[in-house]
Ligand binder design. Sequence first.
Ligand SMILES: [Zn+2]
Length: 267
Amino acid sequence: MTGNEHISQEELALHAMQALSEGEATAVRAHLAQCALCRDEFAGLAGDTALVGLSVPQQPLPAGARDRFLERVAAEAASAQRPVMHESGGKVVAFPTRAWIPWAIAAALASVAVFLGVKNNTLNQELRDASSQISSLSVQSAQARQVLDVLTSHSAQRVLLTTNNASVEPTGRAVYLAESGSLIFQANHLKMLASDRTYELWVIPVSGNPIPAGLFRPDAAGDANVIMPPLPKGVPAKAFGVTIEKAEGASTPTAPIILAGATAAGE
Ligand SMILES: [Zn+2]
Protein backbone atom coordinates (compact mmCIF):
# COMPACT_ATOMS: atom_id res chain seq x y z
CA MET A 1 0.00 0.00 0.00
CA THR A 2 1.55 3.25 -1.10
CA GLY A 3 0.36 6.78 -1.71
CA ASN A 4 -3.30 7.01 -2.61
CA GLU A 5 -3.90 3.34 -3.31
CA HIS A 6 -6.67 1.67 -1.35
CA ILE A 7 -5.72 -0.95 1.19
CA SER A 8 -5.84 -4.56 0.05
CA GLN A 9 -8.31 -6.88 1.75
CA GLU A 10 -5.49 -9.07 2.97
CA GLU A 11 -3.88 -6.10 4.64
CA LEU A 12 -7.18 -5.04 6.17
CA ALA A 13 -7.65 -8.58 7.49
CA LEU A 14 -4.17 -8.51 9.01
CA HIS A 15 -4.96 -5.12 10.47
CA ALA A 16 -8.21 -6.46 11.99
CA MET A 17 -6.15 -9.19 13.67
CA GLN A 18 -3.47 -6.69 14.71
CA ALA A 19 -0.99 -8.67 12.66
CA LEU A 20 0.56 -5.65 10.95
CA SER A 21 3.80 -4.04 12.03
CA GLU A 22 3.49 -0.80 13.92
CA GLY A 23 4.51 1.23 10.87
CA GLU A 24 2.05 -0.57 8.61
CA ALA A 25 -0.75 -0.28 11.15
CA THR A 26 -0.11 3.45 11.49
CA ALA A 27 -0.29 3.83 7.71
CA VAL A 28 -3.51 1.79 7.57
CA ARG A 29 -5.08 3.83 10.36
CA ALA A 30 -4.09 7.04 8.60
CA HIS A 31 -5.64 5.80 5.37
CA LEU A 32 -8.81 4.59 7.11
CA ALA A 33 -9.16 7.98 8.74
CA GLN A 34 -9.54 9.65 5.36
CA CYS A 35 -11.02 6.90 3.16
CA ALA A 36 -14.67 5.99 3.70
CA LEU A 37 -14.45 3.20 1.12
CA CYS A 38 -11.72 1.35 3.01
CA ARG A 39 -13.42 2.13 6.33
CA ASP A 40 -16.58 0.39 5.11
CA GLU A 41 -14.53 -2.50 3.81
CA PHE A 42 -12.70 -2.75 7.11
CA ALA A 43 -15.86 -2.47 9.20
CA GLY A 44 -17.54 -5.18 7.14
CA LEU A 45 -14.68 -7.58 7.38
CA ALA A 46 -13.58 -6.76 10.89
CA GLY A 47 -17.10 -6.83 12.33
CA ASP A 48 -16.93 -8.99 15.41
CA THR A 49 -13.17 -9.08 15.26
CA ALA A 50 -13.07 -5.32 15.73
CA LEU A 51 -15.50 -5.55 18.66
CA VAL A 52 -13.36 -8.24 20.20
CA GLY A 53 -10.37 -6.02 19.65
CA LEU A 54 -12.11 -3.32 21.69
CA SER A 55 -13.15 -5.62 24.52
CA VAL A 56 -10.00 -7.66 24.95
CA PRO A 57 -6.69 -6.30 26.16
CA GLN A 58 -4.41 -6.10 23.15
CA GLN A 59 -1.60 -8.61 23.11
CA PRO A 60 1.35 -8.15 20.77
CA LEU A 61 1.89 -11.14 18.48
CA PRO A 62 4.83 -13.33 19.46
CA ALA A 63 8.00 -12.54 17.51
CA GLY A 64 7.94 -14.24 14.14
CA ALA A 65 4.24 -15.13 14.27
CA ARG A 66 3.34 -12.56 11.66
CA ASP A 67 6.09 -13.73 9.32
CA ARG A 68 5.00 -17.35 9.72
CA PHE A 69 1.41 -16.31 9.06
CA LEU A 70 2.39 -14.41 5.91
CA GLU A 71 4.62 -17.26 4.70
CA ARG A 72 1.74 -19.68 5.21
CA VAL A 73 -0.58 -17.44 3.24
CA ALA A 74 2.03 -17.05 0.47
CA ALA A 75 2.68 -20.79 0.34
CA GLU A 76 -1.03 -21.60 0.21
CA ALA A 77 -1.54 -19.03 -2.51
CA ALA A 78 1.44 -20.31 -4.54
CA SER A 79 0.30 -23.92 -4.34
CA ALA A 80 -3.13 -22.85 -5.59
CA GLN A 81 -2.05 -20.93 -8.66
CA ARG A 82 -3.99 -23.35 -10.80
CA PRO A 83 -7.72 -22.52 -10.54
CA VAL A 84 -9.73 -25.21 -8.79
CA MET A 85 -12.69 -26.46 -10.76
CA HIS A 86 -16.00 -26.68 -8.97
CA GLU A 87 -19.25 -28.30 -10.04
CA SER A 88 -21.93 -25.67 -9.83
CA GLY A 89 -25.39 -26.23 -11.22
CA GLY A 90 -24.03 -28.60 -13.84
CA LYS A 91 -21.45 -26.07 -15.00
CA VAL A 92 -17.80 -26.22 -14.19
CA VAL A 93 -16.61 -22.89 -12.88
CA ALA A 94 -13.18 -21.66 -11.97
CA PHE A 95 -12.93 -20.65 -8.39
CA PRO A 96 -10.27 -18.06 -7.62
CA THR A 97 -8.48 -19.99 -4.91
CA ARG A 98 -5.75 -17.42 -4.61
CA ALA A 99 -8.25 -14.88 -3.40
CA TRP A 100 -10.10 -17.04 -0.91
CA ILE A 101 -7.36 -18.95 0.89
CA PRO A 102 -6.12 -15.98 2.90
CA TRP A 103 -9.76 -15.28 3.63
CA ALA A 104 -10.33 -18.79 4.96
CA ILE A 105 -7.41 -18.31 7.30
CA ALA A 106 -8.57 -14.85 8.29
CA ALA A 107 -12.10 -16.14 8.90
CA ALA A 108 -10.79 -19.00 11.03
CA LEU A 109 -8.66 -16.64 13.06
CA ALA A 110 -11.56 -14.21 13.38
CA SER A 111 -13.77 -17.05 14.68
CA VAL A 112 -11.14 -17.95 17.24
CA ALA A 113 -10.86 -14.29 18.21
CA VAL A 114 -14.64 -14.00 18.59
CA PHE A 115 -14.74 -17.20 20.65
CA LEU A 116 -11.94 -15.95 22.89
CA GLY A 117 -13.68 -12.58 23.15
CA VAL A 118 -16.95 -14.18 24.26
CA LYS A 119 -15.08 -16.38 26.70
CA ASN A 120 -13.21 -13.34 27.94
CA ASN A 121 -16.45 -11.44 28.49
CA THR A 122 -17.93 -14.42 30.36
CA LEU A 123 -14.85 -14.62 32.53
CA ASN A 124 -14.98 -10.87 33.13
CA GLN A 125 -18.61 -11.20 34.25
CA GLU A 126 -17.70 -14.09 36.55
CA LEU A 127 -14.82 -12.04 37.88
CA ARG A 128 -17.15 -9.10 38.58
CA ASP A 129 -19.64 -11.41 40.32
CA ALA A 130 -16.87 -12.98 42.36
CA SER A 131 -15.39 -9.66 43.40
CA SER A 132 -18.78 -8.31 44.48
CA GLN A 133 -19.24 -11.47 46.54
CA ILE A 134 -15.79 -11.00 47.98
CA SER A 135 -16.47 -7.40 48.92
CA SER A 136 -19.75 -8.38 50.59
CA LEU A 137 -17.94 -11.21 52.38
CA SER A 138 -15.19 -8.86 53.48
CA VAL A 139 -17.79 -6.50 54.97
CA GLN A 140 -19.29 -9.41 56.91
CA SER A 141 -15.82 -10.58 57.82
CA ALA A 142 -14.90 -7.10 59.06
CA GLN A 143 -18.02 -7.07 61.26
CA ALA A 144 -17.23 -10.55 62.58
CA ARG A 145 -13.69 -9.42 63.33
CA GLN A 146 -15.01 -6.41 65.26
CA VAL A 147 -17.27 -8.68 67.32
CA LEU A 148 -14.34 -10.96 68.06
CA ASP A 149 -12.09 -8.01 68.90
CA VAL A 150 -14.61 -6.75 71.45
CA LEU A 151 -15.10 -10.22 72.90
CA THR A 152 -11.43 -11.09 73.15
CA SER A 153 -9.63 -7.78 73.66
CA HIS A 154 -7.66 -7.56 76.88
CA SER A 155 -8.52 -3.89 77.11
CA ALA A 156 -12.28 -4.48 76.76
CA GLN A 157 -14.17 -3.62 79.94
CA ARG A 158 -16.18 -6.58 81.15
CA VAL A 159 -18.97 -5.78 83.54
CA LEU A 160 -21.40 -8.27 84.98
CA LEU A 161 -24.72 -6.66 85.78
CA THR A 162 -26.50 -8.17 88.77
CA THR A 163 -29.36 -7.23 91.05
CA ASN A 164 -26.82 -6.27 93.69
CA ASN A 165 -23.15 -5.41 93.56
CA ALA A 166 -22.18 -7.95 96.15
CA SER A 167 -21.81 -10.84 93.75
CA VAL A 168 -18.21 -11.66 92.87
CA GLU A 169 -18.85 -15.32 92.31
CA PRO A 170 -17.41 -16.89 89.13
CA THR A 171 -19.85 -16.84 86.25
CA GLY A 172 -19.79 -18.20 82.74
CA ARG A 173 -21.97 -17.53 79.75
CA ALA A 174 -22.15 -19.90 76.79
CA VAL A 175 -23.72 -19.11 73.41
CA TYR A 176 -24.02 -22.27 71.36
CA LEU A 177 -25.29 -23.03 67.87
CA ALA A 178 -25.63 -26.81 67.68
CA GLU A 179 -26.17 -27.06 63.91
CA SER A 180 -22.77 -25.58 63.12
CA GLY A 181 -21.05 -26.65 66.34
CA SER A 182 -20.29 -22.99 67.11
CA LEU A 183 -19.62 -21.97 70.69
CA ILE A 184 -18.69 -18.70 72.34
CA PHE A 185 -18.01 -18.84 76.05
CA GLN A 186 -17.12 -16.04 78.41
CA ALA A 187 -16.29 -16.39 82.07
CA ASN A 188 -15.79 -13.72 84.71
CA HIS A 189 -14.48 -13.58 88.28
CA LEU A 190 -12.65 -16.86 87.90
CA LYS A 191 -10.23 -17.78 90.64
CA MET A 192 -6.56 -18.01 89.76
CA LEU A 193 -5.19 -21.49 89.23
CA ALA A 194 -1.91 -23.18 90.10
CA SER A 195 0.39 -23.15 87.08
CA ASP A 196 -0.09 -26.89 86.50
CA ARG A 197 -3.89 -26.57 86.36
CA THR A 198 -6.31 -25.32 83.74
CA TYR A 199 -10.01 -24.71 83.42
CA GLU A 200 -11.75 -26.92 80.87
CA LEU A 201 -15.08 -26.27 79.21
CA TRP A 202 -17.49 -29.10 78.40
CA VAL A 203 -20.49 -29.47 76.16
CA ILE A 204 -22.91 -31.94 77.77
CA PRO A 205 -24.89 -33.42 74.86
CA VAL A 206 -28.54 -34.43 75.14
CA SER A 207 -27.23 -37.96 74.71
CA GLY A 208 -23.68 -39.25 75.04
CA ASN A 209 -20.55 -38.31 76.92
CA PRO A 210 -19.37 -34.77 77.72
CA ILE A 211 -17.40 -33.24 74.83
CA PRO A 212 -14.24 -31.27 75.68
CA ALA A 213 -14.71 -27.72 74.36
CA GLY A 214 -11.44 -26.00 75.18
CA LEU A 215 -8.92 -25.18 77.89
CA PHE A 216 -8.67 -21.69 79.34
CA ARG A 217 -6.96 -19.72 82.06
CA PRO A 218 -8.26 -16.43 83.41
CA ASP A 219 -6.39 -13.16 82.93
CA ALA A 220 -5.37 -10.99 85.87
CA ALA A 221 -8.94 -9.70 86.18
CA GLY A 222 -10.33 -13.26 86.35
CA ASP A 223 -11.86 -13.12 82.87
CA ALA A 224 -11.53 -15.75 80.13
CA ASN A 225 -12.96 -16.56 76.71
CA VAL A 226 -13.35 -19.69 74.64
CA ILE A 227 -14.19 -18.64 71.10
CA MET A 228 -15.26 -21.19 68.50
CA PRO A 229 -13.47 -24.31 69.80
CA PRO A 230 -13.42 -27.26 67.38
CA LEU A 231 -16.69 -29.13 68.00
CA PRO A 232 -18.77 -31.64 66.05
CA LYS A 233 -21.73 -30.20 64.17
CA GLY A 234 -25.36 -31.02 64.91
CA VAL A 235 -24.97 -32.08 68.56
CA PRO A 236 -27.77 -30.63 70.71
CA ALA A 237 -26.55 -29.68 74.18
CA LYS A 238 -28.44 -30.06 77.41
CA ALA A 239 -25.82 -28.28 79.50
CA PHE A 240 -22.37 -26.74 79.69
CA GLY A 241 -19.86 -27.18 82.43
CA VAL A 242 -16.42 -26.06 83.59
CA THR A 243 -13.97 -28.21 85.51
CA ILE A 244 -10.42 -27.77 86.74
CA GLU A 245 -8.02 -30.20 85.10
CA LYS A 246 -4.31 -30.84 84.80
CA ALA A 247 -2.52 -28.39 82.48
CA GLU A 248 -2.81 -30.66 79.43
CA GLY A 249 -6.57 -31.04 79.92
CA ALA A 250 -8.67 -34.17 80.21
CA SER A 251 -10.92 -36.22 77.94
CA THR A 252 -13.55 -36.73 80.65
CA PRO A 253 -14.48 -34.11 83.24
CA THR A 254 -13.02 -34.38 86.71
CA ALA A 255 -15.36 -33.53 89.57
CA PRO A 256 -16.23 -31.10 90.92
CA ILE A 257 -17.94 -29.08 88.24
CA ILE A 258 -17.02 -25.47 89.04
CA LEU A 259 -19.56 -23.85 86.74
CA ALA A 260 -22.61 -25.47 85.20
CA GLY A 261 -25.60 -24.32 83.24
CA ALA A 262 -28.43 -26.16 81.55
CA THR A 263 -29.92 -25.16 78.21
CA ALA A 264 -33.64 -24.51 77.94
CA ALA A 265 -33.89 -27.76 75.95
CA GLY A 266 -32.06 -29.70 78.65
CA GLU A 267 -34.14 -28.41 81.53
ZN1 LIG B 1 -9.05 3.48 0.62
